[in-house]
Design a protein around this ligand. Structure first.
Ligand code: PXP
Length: 252
């Protein structure tokens, strides 16, 4: 991967299609199809597809992971908790990326970043097993210097910076707070570049057409992972158009 030139480009768009599966699971039926959604997003210009196989299987199911992995033409990013069960699945499916996230059963969505500092030994070993299966590993972390340094120490290939606090400040119309969170993310990107110039830097969570532009402008971000707001747009304009509109909002 030529990371140095990729860092200079505008960020790629990874589309998280978990909530297509949510819609299916709330009725216990077999539609809408996450696989069809993934392929449509790719045709519309998504640079990759993200799915989160949660321990409680609330949206994406095991069969979705296998089906999508087989048919994607871009890159699959499999989000998962760093558990033994998930390691076995990932090593069988062999997605291009695994993104390790913290997981709590009761949460509505991933609430905070992974505590890499507190579990360096476990994560270093876990990541080395994914590397042995030829899978690249990203760690979903808060935009925090110590977490970034720990991710580098664990030999992660990428970090995904949690943009949830930035997004929430915007929803609360807290402009000063949102500016501060943006600066925190900008600082984290610079720190990550200094810590390891081969580390890819992604970002995501809570991003929407309203707030994505400032994040997409940060030099050095490789990819943005966007789900909920894009799927919500798709309700009104269709999935392909929602992808087009998100890219337009990123690059405007
Ligand atoms: N990145 C990670 C690591 C996530 O866990 C999620 C939510 O599943 C996202 C990005 C996408 O967040 P959202 O659905 O708010 O766009």
């Amino acid at each position: 991967m030529n990371t140095s030139s990729q860092h200079l480009q505008q960020p790629l768009l990874g589309v998280n299609i978990d909530h297509v599966a949510t819609l299916r699971q709330v009725r216990g039926v077999d539609y809408p199809s996450p696989l069809a959604a993934a392929l449509l997003c790719e045709q519309a210009g998504a640079d990759g597809i993200t799915i989160h196989l949660r321990e409680d299987r609330r949206h994406i199911q095991d069969a979705d992971v296998y089906d999508i992995a087989q048919q994607l033409t871009t890159r699959l990013n499999l989000e998962m908790a760093a558990t033994t069960e998930m390691l076995a699945i990932a090593c069988e499916v062999k997605p291009f990326w695994v993104c390790l996230v913290p997981e709590k059963r009761a949460e509505l969505t991933t609430e905070g970043g992974l505590d890499v500092v507190g579990q360096i030994t476990w994560l270093t070993d876990y990541i080395s097993q994914l590397h042995a299966a030829n899978i690249k590993v990203s760690l979903f972390i808060d935009p925090d210097e110590a977490q970034i340094e720990a991710a580098v120490a664990c030999q992660a290939d990428a970090v995904e910076l949690h943009t949830g606090a930035y997004a929430e400040m915007g929803l609360a119309s807290n402009t000063a707070g949102q500016r501060a969170e943006l600066q925190r993310i900008e600082h984290a990107v610079s720190h990550a570049q200094l810590a390891d110039n081969k580390l890819l830097i992604n970002a995501g969570h809570g991003l929407s057409r309203d707030n994505v532009h400032a994040i997409a402008q940060i030099k050095g971000i490789y990819e943005l992972n966007i789900g909920h707001a894009l799927i919500a747009d798709a309700v009104f304009v269709g999935l392909a158009q929602a992808v087009t509109m998100m890219k337009a909002a990123m690059y405007r």
